[in-house]
Design a protein around this ligand. Structure first.
Ligand SMILES: Cc1cc2nc3c(=O)[nH]c(=O)nc-3n(C[C@H](O)[C@H](O)[C@H](O)COP(=O)(O)OP(=O)(O)OC[C@H]3O[C@@H](n4cnc5c(N)ncnc54)[C@H](O)[C@@H]3O)c2cc1C
Length: 392
C-alpha cells in the first residue's frame, strides 16, 4: 500500500514523486521504460533551475540566445547573455534519467518496465493501478493516484476526467538528433514559423550534434502530412547555410503528439486522482515548450497530495488546491492568451506573423512587443494586433 501511485516517470511524474518522497510519503513511481527517449527538442528555459538546481553541475549546452524566423524568413534575434542565466538544450534520455534518479534518491520507489493499463476498483472507487510487466500483471495500491504518463495515457481515458484528444486539438511532431560539422551558432536556438500552423526548430546539442524537427498544429494535422512537412523542412534551401556538408549522420529519430490547446482545466482532478504534465495539457500553445511547465504541475500536484494526506482528506475538496496553486493559475492564464492569438497569427498562411517579424526588423518598439510576447508571456495589445492586420 502506497500513499501515492504515480503513473509515468517523465519530468512531471519525477518531480511529483520527489516532492512527496522528500516529505516522507510512500511513493510508487511506475514507468513503462526508462530506456525510452521521449521525442523532444530538448530546449529548457533557465526557469528549470528553480526546480532542479542540480542541473547547474552538469556539462550541458548553455543557450543564451534565440533566433526566430517568420514563414517568409524575416528574422528576430534576442540574446540574454548579459541579463540572465543560460537556458539549456538536453538529450531527453539523459535528462529524464537524471531527474528520475533525484526522485529515487529522495525515497520514491521506481518500478521500471511497468506499463499501466487500468485502475483497480473497489466499491466503484479507484484504489490502485494495474500494470503489465515482464513478470506478468502487477497491482499497485495507493490512496492517491497521479496520472503523469503523457499524451498516450490510457489511464486518463479510463479516469472519466476527459475524452481522448481529437486530432485537431493536438500537435504532431517529428525530430532527429543529427551528427556532423555545422555552422550553427552554438549558443542560440532557432525557431522557424511556417505558413501552415506549426513550426520547425534547430537546437545545438554540442559542437557536432543538433536536434532538428518540426510539427503541425491543430487543423494543420489534417491538411498536411507530417513526414512530407518534415522532409520539406530539413531540405529547405534557407537552412543550407548552416549545413555545408553533404552528409549528416542520423543518430536517433522519433515522432510524437503534443497538446496544443493548453490545460484541460476542468479535468485536472477528481476524487483521489490528479492529472499532470502533458496528460493534462501543460504545454505552451505556440512555442510547444512543456518541460518546465510540466515540472511545475508535478510540484503543484505533489504539494496538493501532501496537504490531502496530512489532513486525511483526499476528496475533491482538498485536491482543488492543485488547480488554485498560484503558478498553475499563472500558466493557465498565459496559455489562454496564447490560444487566443494562434488563429490570428496564422491567418492567410501566416501573413500576420510575417508582418510582425517584418516590422520588428526596423521598429524597436514592435521588436520589444514580440520579444515580450514570445519569451516573457506578455499579451500583445489590441492596437498592436490591429496594426498588423491593416498591413497588406
Ligand atoms: C517532438 C517534440 C518536441 C518537443 N520539444 C520541446 C522542447 O524543446 N522544449 C520543451 O520544453 N518541451 C518540448 N516538448 C514538450 C515536452 O516534451 C513535454 O511537454 C514533456 O516531456 C512532458 O513531460 P511529462 O512528464 O508530462 O510527459 P512525458 O515526457 O511524455 O513523460 C511521460 C512518461 O510516462 C511514461 N509512460 C507513458 N505511458 C505509460 C504507461 N502506460 N505506463 C507507465 N509509464 C508510461 C513514458 O515512458 C514517460 O517516461 C516537445 C514535445 C514533442 C513531442
Amino acid at each position: 500500500m502506497y500513499d501515492v501511485i504515480i503513473s509515468g516517470a517523465g519530468p512531471a511524474g519525477s518531480k511529483c514523486a520527489e516532492v512527496l518522497a522528500k516529505s516522507g510519503f510512500k511513493v510508487a513511481l511506475i514507468e513503462k521504460d526508462t530506456s525510452w527517449r521521449k521525442p523532444c527538442g530538448g530546449g529548457v528555459s533557465s526557469r528549470v533551475f528553480k526546480y532542479y538546481p542540480q542541473l547547474r553541475k552538469l556539462d550541458l549546452m548553455p543557450i543564451t540566445g534565440i533566433t526566430i524566423y517568420s514563414g517568409d524568413y524575416h528574422k528576430l534575434e534576442y540574446s540574454w547573455k548579459e541579463v540572465a542565466e543560460p537556458s539549456l538544450t538536453v538529450d531527453r534520455l539523459e535528462f529524464d534519467n537524471f531527474i528520475r534518479d533525484i526522485a529515487i534518491d529522495a525515497g520514491a520507489k521506481l518500478f521500471d518496465k511497468n506499463l499501466s493499463f487500468d485502475f483497480i476498483y473497489k466499491n466503484n472507487h479507484k484504489i490502485g493501478v494495474k500494470t503489465k510487466s515482464p513478470n506478468g500483471t502487477k497491482e499497485y495500491f495507493g490512496k492517491i493516484i497521479v496520472i503523469a504518463d503523457g499524451m498516450s495515457s490510457k489511464l486518463v481515458n479510463l479516469s472519466g476526467l476527459r475524452n481522448k484528444w481529437k486530432i485537431d486539438e493536438i500537435g504532431l511532431c517529428k525530430c532527429t538528433i543529427m551528427e556532423g560539422k555545422n555552422l550553427l551558432d552554438k549558443s542560440a536556438i532557432s525557431l522557424f514559423f511556417r505558413r501552415y500552423k506549426g513550426y520547425g526548430w534547430i537546437f545545438p546539442l554540442d559542437e557536432t550534434h543538433f536536434n532538428i524537427g518540426c510539427g503541425t498544429w491543430l487543423e494543420a494535422n489534417i491538411e498536411n502530412n507530417l513526414n512530407q512537412v518534415y522532409n520539406e523542412f530539413i531540405h529547405d534551401p534557407n537552412l543550407k547555410k548552416f549545413f555545408p556538408n553533404k552528409n549528416y549522420k542520423e543518430i536517433w529519430r522519433g515522432s510524437y503528439p503534443i497538446p496544443a490547446l493548453g490545460v484541460k482545466e476542468k479535468s485536472l482532478f477528481k476524487d483521489n486522482i490528479m492529472i499532470i504534465g502533458d496528460a493534462a495539457g501543460f504545454v505552451s500553445p505556440i512555442s510547444g515548450e512543456g518541460i518546465h511547465t510540466c515540472i511545475v504541475s508535478g510540484k503543484a500536484a505533489g504539494d496538493t497530495a501532501i496537504r490531502a494526506l496530512e489532513n486525511d482528506n483526499i476528496s475533491n475538496q482538498t485536491l482543488r488546491f492543485y488547480k488554485s496553486y498560484p503558478n498553475i493559475k499563472k500558466i493557465i492564464r498565459n496559455f489562454k492568451m496564447k490560444v487566443s492569438i494562434v488563429d490570428f497569427f496564422y491567418e492567410n498562411n501566416g501573413l500576420n506573423l510575417n508582418n510582425m517579424f517584418h516590422l520588428a526588423e526596423t521598429d524597436d518598439n514592435i521588436r520589444d512587443v514580440v520579444v515580450n510576447m514570445f519569451l516573457f508571456n506578455q499579451a500583445p495589445t489590441r492596437d498592436f494586433l490591429s496594426k498588423l492586420k491593416s498591413m497588406k
